[in-house]
Design a protein around this ligand. Structure first.
Ligand SMILES: [Zn+2]
Length: 68
């Protein structure tokens, strides 16, 4: 599908897997980084994966803080 068609029908591609989604299917995930919050637009599956990943990351960071 060419870019102008995607714009015309309001489709977005997932940041992670590049799956095409309609506006209703887009999941918006905010991630706080040292450089400030980053917003990712992704599909449901990737948003769930990201959620798991962030939880694990937080746990890892928390463990590390406890160690030092
Ligand atoms: Zn995806």
């Amino acid at each position: 599908m060419s870019d102008w068609v995607k714009k015309l029908v309001g489709m977005k591609s997932c940041w992670h897997c590049e799956k095409l989604m309609t506006k209703k299917e887009v999941y918006s995930v905010d991630v706080d980084t040292q450089d400030g919050p980053i917003n990712f637009k992704m599909c449901k599956a990737c948003a769930e994966d990201m959620d798991e990943m962030l939880k694990e990351l937080e746990e890892t960071l928390a463990e590390r803080n406890n160690t030092f």
